[in-house]
Design a protein around this ligand. Structure first.
Ligand SMILES: Cc1cc2nc3c(=O)[nH]c(=O)nc-3n(C[C@H](O)[C@H](O)[C@H](O)COP(=O)(O)OP(=O)(O)OC[C@H]3O[C@@H](n4cnc5c(N)ncnc54)[C@H](O)[C@@H]3O)c2cc1C
Length: 303
């Protein structure tokens, strides 16, 4: 029987995996829990979505990562964490309940639809490898389908893409679809004219990449324009029904494929044995040691 304290880390993304690599395993027993058995590299999701990269280029088996980084003795458990019982010091997945002495929450973020639940089924998102593959398959199918469509109007409708959100992910995926329009169509789909494909990006504030420098915003705008991406700034999407997007100024855009990158929120998790509630956007306010304020022996790292 080990006398070491047990650290359970939930989430094997950038934060969780790096934590597990660095923590002194001679002092703690460590268990890593993730809903997937692989680690991913989110910055390149858009390249998978645009068929520029194979999914295996950005997915790395967690067990192999642990072995490669000499994390001998670190246990990996698969499971989607549903609940943390603070009083019992356990976490529960669909498959088991596991005890911890110290818990590290590293679950990252998920899509935020700002309460508009209907959007989930109507739009495409880019927060995981499977969501990126779904986008890739849909874009490829639409190009193939359009290539054999004789009716000009129907072909244009099939290739009407809109990206909601002008942050990094939105700019990247809009640019990738722009590259398809500008460079790839004429090579791979000679029967489709570039003007048959429309790609629009809609951003609520007055500039793209709002968290970056003004120079980065201006460069992104210029590059997207060169890629024939239509950029609409200072506009919010209000509704999306029957393939029609209505903006806050009342104008409408027809789109059969909407990619939503407009918001993120902390992965929702249920706490029991406490009246603790996560903060705004699912955030966990912490102290300088990443300890969650108001909870014992629970830490939060990463997004
Ligand atoms: C499209 C896109 C592009 C990006 N581009 C950049 C970039 O260019 N530069 C940059 O610095 N950052 C970029 N980021 C942000 C960067 O990816 C994140 O900051 C980083 O991944 C955060 O690390 P994390 O460990 O907190 O979360 P993640 O890396 O998201 O890891 C969370 C882990 O938790 C697991 N998990 C989630 N829910 C559960 C659950 N309930 N139970 C069990 N496991 C669960 C997931 O499977 C995942 O392995 C991008 C993100 C996206 C989505």
């Amino acid at each position: 029987m080990s006398t070491k304290q047990k650290i359970v880390v939930i989430g094997g993304g950038f934060a969780g995996l790096n934590f597990v690599k660095k923590i002194d395993k001679s002092k703690f027993d460590v268990t890593l829990v993730d809903k997937h058995n692989y680690h991913t590299f989110p910055p390149l999701f858009y390249q998978v979505a645009s068929s520029e990269l194979d999914p295996t280029s950005i997915c790395f088996p967690l067990r192999r990562e642990l072995r490669k980084h000499n994390c001998h003795g670190v246990a990996f458990h698969i499971g989607k964490v549903r609940k943390i019982d603070v009083a019992a010091k356990t976490i529960s997945t669909d498959y088991e309940t596991t005890h911890y002495d110290k818990l590290v929450i590293a679950l990252g973020t998920t899509n935020n639809f700002f309460g508009n639940k209907d959007l989930i089924k109507d739009v495409y998102t880019l927060k995981s490898t499977d969501q990126a593959i779904r986008i890739r398959n849909e874009i490829l199918f639409r190009c193939e389908r359009a290539a054999v469509e004789p009716d000009n109007e129907k072909r244009r409708r099939m290739l009407s893409f809109v990206v909601i959100g002008g942050g990094p992910a939105g700019v990247e995926i809009a640019g990738a679809v722009g590259e398809l329009k500008r460079y790839i169509l004429k090579r791979d789909y000679p029967g489709i004219a570039p003007d048959d494909l429309s790609i629009t990006i809609i951003e609520g504030t007055d500039r793209l990449l709002g968290t970056m420098s003004r120079e980065a915003s201006d460069t992104a705008l210029r590059d997207l324009n060169q890629l024939m991406v239509e950029v609409k700034l200072g506009r919010l999407m209000k509704t999306y029904n029957d393939n029609v997007i209505t903006l806050d100024d009342g104008s409408t855009i027809y789109s059969e494929m909407v990619i939503w990158t407009a918001g993120v929120t902390g992965v929702p998790i249920e706490f029991s044995g406490t009246d603790y509630k996560a903060g705004r956007g699912g955030c966990f306010p912490t102290d300088q040691y990443c300890r969650i304020e108001g909870l014992e022996d629970i830490y939060a790292i990463g997004d």
